[in-house]
Ligand binder design. Structure first.
Ligand code: HEM
Length: 417
């Protein structure tokens, strides 16, 4: 750690939601911090001191050593104080994100096959149909819309409803719930009363999934809900409460992440007209553009790890038992030690697949293949049919330290006849 004091206010960009609403300013500060070293410690009054891993190699090394750097007791940054030696209240609903070791392995194994590329390919037709429907909707809007709010938000949620086997009538409820869970600090999505907020959201979710469980146990189909509702570990069927964790993580992790990637992808293209033109001329380039979009947008901004025993990273910093480390995917994805000219958005970039936008290691995003498929299907359909698109107003971004991207992206456009 060099040159950066623990009270340096620049460290607040990682933990203050408002900082993520200005992407350029956020990256300018992260780049300064990265230049001073790939990992820093910050300590502010009344908050648990924390480290930030800004470098690509450091994020990977920490994720690779998942026995030393655990997701428990707190996998996302929070204002409450974290102490490894004080037992934490057990979570009401456990998700993969809160699990470590054997518990994580056995729970992930239940649904792993369902998310593998071969299985995901079977969703291709369904996803393409939803992509066509979204672009049809854009066409019906007669040449202008808010691409983020009108198109990018709805599409991944419809895919999630499809893969979970939920009725489309549940759309508004699941939409509001996922926005409140992940955009909890954004005034546009906020519920009153911060402490009770998360609990109320989770109770809503539980209500929604109770019926689904009962239906799939009585009448199994081929959807993900059937796998979850009838899941067993070592021959012991999952408790209802455990199944809710899966529904919760799939419904939330699969929604805002993908919609922010899609809206952020179009925003990046509009800011780089030469790249936009390449896609308009040859929509087939979408396949290679997907990873660059995820690298550039990095919709998931961070996860936290807790250090269980002292460990010296290859780059020299020693982390001690009890240290709490923020993995900054957004920073790692602009690491100049890995990406050639990292601030160039280039849909043909050769090193795009090195990005850490889906994380790394044991917790690597379970839905990465689905997410790629969704982004590809929507942009392929869009750029095959568009002749022209331009912005009509500024991009506004979600105020969240966890998942952020454009929430408003007003555009005007024309389709081929
Ligand atoms: C562009 C879209 C997406 C991005 C950027 C994204 C990113 C991430 C990241 C960074 C993680 C944590 C990885 C780590 O700790 O190393 C994660 C985990 C996860 N994601 Fe995604 N995700 C996306 C879409 C999806 C979709 C569509 C689904 C499901 C349909 C999904 C389901 C999950 C699950 C279940 C986990 C937890 C895995 C575990 O802890 O073992 N994600 N995702």
């Amino acid at each position: 750690m060099t040159g950066i004091g623990v009270t340096d206010p620049r460290g607040r960009i990682f933990i203050e939601a408002a900082a993520y609403t200005d992407d350029d300013a956020w990256h300018a500060t992260a780049t300064e911090l990265r230049a001073a070293g790939p990992i820093h410690r910050f300590a502010y009054p009344d908050l648990t001191p924390f480290h930030v891993a800004l470098g690509h190699a450091e994020v990977m090394e920490i994720e690779r050593n998942s026995e030393i750097f655990t997701n428990e007791p707190m996998a996302t940054w929070a204002r409450e104080r974290i102490d490894l030696d004080v037992p934490k209240e057990p979570a009401m609903v456990n998700t993969l994100i809160n699990m470590d070791g054997e518990e994580h392995r056995s729970h992930r194994a239940l649904v792993n096959d369902w998310f593998k590329p071969g299985a995901v390919r079977q969703l291709e037709d369904q996803i393409r149909a939803q992509a066509i429907r979204s672009v049809d909707e854009m066409a019906r809007r007669g040449g202008s819309c808010d691409f983020a709010a009108d198109i990018a938000v709805n599409y991944p949620l419809r895919v999630i409803l499809d893969i979970l086997g939920l009725d489309e009538a549940e759309f508004p409820r699941v939409l509001r719930l996922t926005q409140e869970l992940f955009g909890a600090s954004d005034p546009d999505f906020e519920r009153v009363g911060e402490d009770d907020q998360m609990m109320a959201v989770i109770m809503d979710m539980i209500g929604l999934f109770t019926g689904l469980n009962a239906e799939r146990r009585a009448d199994p189909t081929h959807d993900l809900a059937t796998v979850i509702a009838n899941g067993a570990i070592d021959g012991v069927p999952l408790e209802d409460m455990d199944t809710y964790g899966y529904y919760l993580i799939v419904a939330t992790a699969g929604h805002d992440t993908t919609s922010n990637a899609i809206a952020g992808g179009l925003d990046a293209l509009l800011r780089n007209p030469d790249q936009l033109q390449r896609l308009l001329d040859d929509p087939g380039l979408v396949d290679s553009a997907v990873d660059e979009i995820v690298r550039w947008v990095s919709p998931v901004k961070h996860f936290m790890r807790s250090c269980q025993r002292d460990h010296t990273l290859a780059s020299g910093t020693t982390l001690h038992r009890g240290d709490w480390i923020l993995l900054s995917y957004a920073s790692a994805n602009r690491d100049e030690r890995v990406f050639d000219d990292p601030f160039r958005f280039d849909i043909g970039r050769a090193d795009a697949d090195k990005h850490l936008g889906f994380g790394f290691g044991r917790h690597y995003c379970l839905g990465a293949h689905i997410a790629r498929l969704e982004i590809r299907a929507l942009f392929r359909e869009l750029f095959t049919r568009l002749t022209h698109i331009e912005r009509t107003g500024p991009t506004e971004r979600v105020a969240s330290i966890l998942v952020s991207g454009p929430k408003r992206l007003p555009v005007t456009y024309a389709f081929k006849d």
